[in-house]
Structure formats: C-alpha cells, structure tokens
Design a binder for this molecule. Structure first.
Ligand code: FEO
Ligand code: CA
Ligand code: CA
Length: 677
C-alpha cells in the first residue's frame, strides 16, 4: 500500500534508468582550507550558525544548522543509552529514561479559523488550515535568543486516500477528495514553545501564531534560474513558464545558512496520467522519470485529472516538467512566495543540504531516489554574505539562481574483488575516489547535444550522457557539521545485479538493506570537483556476513535496514531514520522502522544503536536533534499503512487509539540531560 501511494508502485516497474555507464577516476588535489561559522539573522533575534556549543566548540563547518546551545550536563558525545530491541508494537518506543509526546498530527488546526479535525467532516477549506498528511522531513528553527520558541517546518509528502476517507473508492475519487488531498500535500510551518525547562516542546496557542503557514499542492510558486520561462515549462495556464501551482511529494529537505528551507519534490510522476498521448519527442524524457508513455492510466493512478485537468499530460504535456524541483521556502516570512530553483536540476529530489565552501560559495548535496540513479552537487556562483543587513539577505536569497550543477562519478580501489556478496575486499574497505562532473555552469550547458533548458529540466538524461555512477537509491545526503564529511543514505536496491552488477560503492546484489556512503571532499573543499569515499556501514542483521559496521564488534550493534534520512547531533554523531525495514522476526513478519544513532569518529565508529521505533506500518521518515541536544523530533509517517487496512479496519491506531494519523513526535530525556549521552 505504501508503494502504491508514495511512489506509484515504482518497484513494480522497470527502473527507468536504462542508460549505459562507464567509470574513470583521476584525481586532482584541492587546496586545504577551513572556515568558521556563518552568522545570518533571518528575522529578529534569529542567529544561525553562531553561539556557544554543547561541548565548548562550535561546528567547524557551516551547514545552515544553528550552532549548538549549551546543554545541562554537557556530554562529550558518547552514546551511552541502552538500545531498544527490534519490535512490532503499535507504539512509539523510546529507551528507558526517556519520554515522548505528539507535537502535531494530521488535521490539527494551525491557522486561524481552521476547525478541529473531524474525519467525517473534511473539507478543502478545513485542510488548508490544518496540519497536512504524511509528514516527512522536518526541521526546528530558532525563533528567539533564549531558545524557548522555535518554528517546526515539515514536508507533507503524499496522501493515502484509503486511510483518509471512509468512503474512498479506489480509482474513482470525488472532486472534493482530490482537492482535500492536494491541500494535505506541501509543507506546514508551526510555532513551538519549550515546556518549562524540560526537553519537551509543544505547539503554542493551538497553532494560531503569526509564522504559522500551510503551503499546499495549489500554492503559487515562482521558477527561478536559467530554465525559468523555458518553453519546456510553459502550459496553457502559464504561458510564460514562470509560475506553478503547488509542490508535490516533498520528501527530504535541508536548511540554508541564510535561514530558509529547501524541500525536494520526489515521486511527482505518480500524479500524472495520459503520458501515452504526449508528442513523440516528449516521450523519452517522461519515461526516464518513470511516467508511462504507453498506458493512459498506469496501475494505481490517483485519477486527479478528474478534478484538475492539468494532471492529464495528453492535454497539458509540460505540466509534469513543473514538478521534481527543489523548493525554497522562507519560514520567517509567511507571505513569501516559494521558489522552485531550476539551476539545481530536476529529478526525484530528496532534498538539498548545504555547506559553506572555503571560498564562501555554498555547496548543496542532493540525492535522486530511484534504483540506479545518481548523486548531485550544486555550487553557487556567488559567495555567501555573512552580514545581517537587508541587502545581504537579498543577496543570499539569490544564491541558488546561478551556479554549477554536478553529478557524481565514482572510481573503485578493489573493483576486481567485488562479487556481489558484500565480502570486504583485501584492502579492508569498500572505497575509492570520485569526481563531480559538471553538467551546467553559469547558465550554459556542458553536455553535448543538450541545451541548458534540457539539462536542467531533463537532468537525468544529461547525467546519463556523462556516465554518472548508478547508485542504490540515493536518499538523504547530509554534511556533518563537525567534520565536513558528507553522508549518503543508500536505501536499498533489490534490482542490483544482472546487467547492473554490484560495484564497490554498491557491493551487494539484490541489496535489501541498504548502506551508508561517506564522502570526503579533497582538501575539505566543498566547491571542488574531486573526493574520496568509503562505506562505513553496510546494513542488515549483524549476523549476516554481508554487513559491515566500520569494523566494530558486530555482536554489540543493533540490526538496521533501509537507511533513509540522516541528521547529526551536536557532537557529530549520525542519527539514521529507516524506511522499509526488511528484517524479520521468526514468523517472517518485518520489524518496525526506527531511529538509530552511531558515532562516526574514534573507537566507537560503527557502533550502531537503535534509539526509537515507530508504530506498525509507519516509516521513521525524518529526525531532527534540537540544538541543545536535549530532544529529538521525529516524523512518524504512514502509521498502519498495510495492504487491506482502512479507516474502519486500521492496522495501527497510533496515536489516539481510533484510526491511524501521521504525526510529528518529540522524544526527550527525563533527567533533562543530553539525549543519547
Ligand atoms: Fe520519499 Fe525516497 O523517500
Ligand atoms: Ca577497497
Ligand atoms: Ca525519504
């Protein structure tokens, strides 16, 4: 059921990358340099990337993450919590000594005039003022110097109408159901307040605060960058190709050093029908993005075109080109128009996470989550300004409109030893070098035979031409603010093998459990074009010989499967959210997804421990460790989403005991000290 609603049963179809690729790997040495902290006042007293740190040292790399605030009992980063066991409980489970609460759930009123949620009395107007469905990536941004108020910003990835409406008829939605679903997509911004002096935070004033905002599948957005206004983006409703209604399937995300969020449109293909009726010239690009060009109604079609004609590509062949972008939202300005940045390319974006390069340009890392798709980087043309003036801010708000778009190509150190079993090579590491291959720079195409508009709108085709490395579903890519190293969640790829055999960076055929890739940019230069890489973690049951935990004693690590979203605590420990846990109990039933923490440096590197599990049928979609390291906010997406479940026959009743409602929760330590420590 998750497959159907989230990605249009992507795994039931052939992977859309049928290109051939090759490998090479010469290296350039880049300059070694480091920079300190970015300071950017987005609004009022907001300070990002400045201030004192938990353990006395500010992060070495400016990633947009607010600098850590002092935490009581200041730990040194050791993860000493007792891990929870894998389980199948319909509950949110945290370690002993911790508590949790729901922060916001689907339908909670967050705007003035929005009614209390009533599953039997839903309306478009109500949903437009209520917390959206299927919360995915989230972040908590500071709102005052005392760090007692904050903004929760959340993606709402997709809707599951079977679990939203008692009377939903699959394949025959009512007009209202379609429009409610559109209103339940997008993002929510909700103001939070710390509860007393604890690590618990909650929504204030039942959400009716000035910053609160809903962005939906119909909110007007503006295109920026070289492809804005392109003929490929023009439609009957937007003859200039500059304005689009809404964002869809916003999955992962990131934050910028200037205080905005970047939200990635992922499986946008599933909302469209009529791909068989587009002009022949348009078909190869549509097919490369997973849109059927042979069938009018692919299996599982939502049939949104019955309420909004723009979802019928036979009538509006360019409408799908207007989705699949990174959307920048300024949560500190509730009236701002979200922008889709064409310079960052179009694919199934997971998100875009930033780090400031030594020369003050900003690098963004981006994953394209599909079997055999690619890892990308964007480097701004202009430099970040560290001042707080209006003109500095306007300058920074223009940074994502021009720059260089790269795709990753890897080379391997032990290629001949890789047999698809996951056996570690003789040099003791899955590792190698890599290059960022430029696709477009300064508004010019660098790909033979493709215009700049084509490179940016059909980025997958451009990356195919330069022989980018096919990966096992690159999901979230995140820079570690402590070390500047880049971490990639490669979720799984059971199609690996055959004509796309295992390689050293994707070392297992039929990869069910995924792995983590670590990139070290040469010289710490995030604007550079060469890097080295290694796999610190190859996931699965530690008793499975194909797993690897950086050489750590496997008898001490938690089983982990399908890493999806990543975050870092104040000490640089990696927090991994999982999606689609494929590990099973003795009956063959899969364990619930969860949140895991692992040190990346020192003798504890690889010591994965499970911190939390989400209810049955749910995905642990995203986690954000608060800046004082005392709480972690988690996104519980699609609880009870199991084939056969309905509103009246729920597979989960989280969180209220009646039917399943996606929601955001917060976990904190009862004694008020740092989480994990
Ligand atoms: Fe929406 Fe790739 O997870
Ligand atoms: Ca090797
Ligand atoms: Ca995800």
């Amino acid at each position: 059921m998750t497959c159907l609603f989230r990605c249009g049963n992507a795994c039931a179809h052939p992977a859309p990358n049928s290109s051939e690729n090759e490998y090479f790997g010469d290296m350039l040495q880049a300059e070694v340099s480091r920079r300190g902290i970015v300071r950017a006042a987005a609004v009022g007293a907001l300070v990002i990337g400045a201030g004192s740190a938990v353990a006395g040292a500010a992060p070495a790399y400016a990633t947009g993450r607010p600098s850590p605030a002092p935490a009581p009992g200041g730990g040194k980063g050791a993860l000493t919590f007792k891990p929870i066991p894998p389980n199948r409980l319909d509950a949110l489970i945290v370690p002993n000594g911790y508590d949790w609460s729901v922060v916001a759930k689907w339908g909670d009123p967050i705007l003035p005039g929005a009614p209390e949620f009533d599953i039997d009395s839903q309306s478009v107007r109500a949903q437009e003022g209520q917390f959206g469905y299927n919360n995915d990536w989230l972040v908590v941004l500071p709102l005052d110097r005392q760090r007692n108020r904050a903004l929760l910003v959340v993606n709402h990835e997709y809707t599951n109408e079977i679990l939203m409406f008692r009377d939903y008829v699959d394949g025959a939605p009512t007009r209202d159901q379609v429009r409610i679903a559109l209103a339940a997509h997008g993002l929510s911004v909700v103001e939070l307040e710390r509860q007393g002096s604890t690590g618990e935070w909650a929504v204030i004033d039942r959400g009716r605060r000035p910053y609160n905002r809903r962005i939906t599948g119909t909110t007007p957005m503006r295109f920026t960058g070289p492809a804005a206004g392109s003929s490929l983006l023009r439609t009957a409703a937007d003859r200039k190709g500059t304005t689009v209604l809404g964002c869809l399937n916003n999955c992962a995300g990131g934050i910028t050093p200037w205080g905005t969020v970047l939200s990635g449109e992922e499986n946008f293909n599933q909302y469209f029908v009529g791909g068989d009726g587009v002009p022949a010239d348009d078909k190869p690009a549509l097919a490369r993005y997973g849109i059927s060009t042979t069938t009018r109604y692919p299996s599982g079609s939502r049939r949104w075109e019955t309420a909004e004609e723009r979802f019928d590509l036979a009538k509006h062949p360019h409408e799908a080109n207007r989705f699949g972008w990174v959307v920048e939202v300024d949560p500190y300005d509730p009236k701002s128009t979200p922008r889709k940045h064409t310079a960052l390319g179009r694919f199934k974006h997971e998100g875009a996470t930033s780090v400031v390069a030594p020369d003050s340009r900003v690098a963004l890392y981006m994953g394209d989550d599909e079997r055999f798709d690619y890892m990308y980087k964007f480097v701004t043309e202009k430099k970040l300004r560290r001042g707080n003036s209006r003109s500095d801010r306007e300058h920074n708000m223009s940074l994502l409109e021009s720059g260089t778009l790269f795709v990753a190509k890897l080379a391997f150190s032990s290629a001949s030893e890789i047999d698809g079993s996951g056996r570690l090579p003789a040099d003791g590491a899955f590792n190698g070098t890599g290059r960022w291959i430029p696709l477009a720079r300064g508004g010019q195409s660098l790909v033979d035979g493709m215009s700049i508009d084509e490179v940016l709108v059909h980025t997958r085709l451009a990356a195919d031409r330069v022989g980018a490395t096919k990966m096992d579903r690159p999901e979230d890519i995140e820079p570690n603010p402590r070390t500047g190293k880049i971490y990639v969640a490669l979720t799984n790829n059971t199609n690996r093998g055959g004509t796309n055999p295992a390689d050293e960076a994707n070392p297992r055929n039929a990869n069910k459990h995924g792995h983590i890739l670590e990139i070290t940019e040469d010289g710490g230069n995030h604007a550079g074009e060469t890097f080295t890489w290694t796999l610190p973690i190859v996931c699965g049951d530690p008793n499975d010989p194909s797993t690897y935990f950086a050489g750590y004693d496997k008898s001490k690590v938690s089983p982990i499967s399908c890493p999806d979203n990543l975050d870092f605590d104040a000490h640089g420990n990696l927090w991994i959210s999982t999606d689609g846990n494929a590990l099973t109990d003795h009956t063959g039933a899969t364990f619930n997804d969860g949140l895991f923490a692992v040190p990346l440096e020192g003798p504890e590197r690889g010591h994965v421990k499970q911190f939390l599990s989400v209810p049955i049928g749910a995905e642990q979609a995203s986690a954000y460790v608060l800046d004082d390291n005392r709480s972690v906010v988690v996104s519980v997406q699609h609880p009870g989403e199991i084939t056969g479940a309905t509103v009246d026959n729920p597979a989960s009743t989280w969180p209220d005991g009646d039917f399943a409602r996606p929601g955001v929760a917060i976990a904190w330590r009862l004694d008020g000290r740092e989480i994990g420590a």
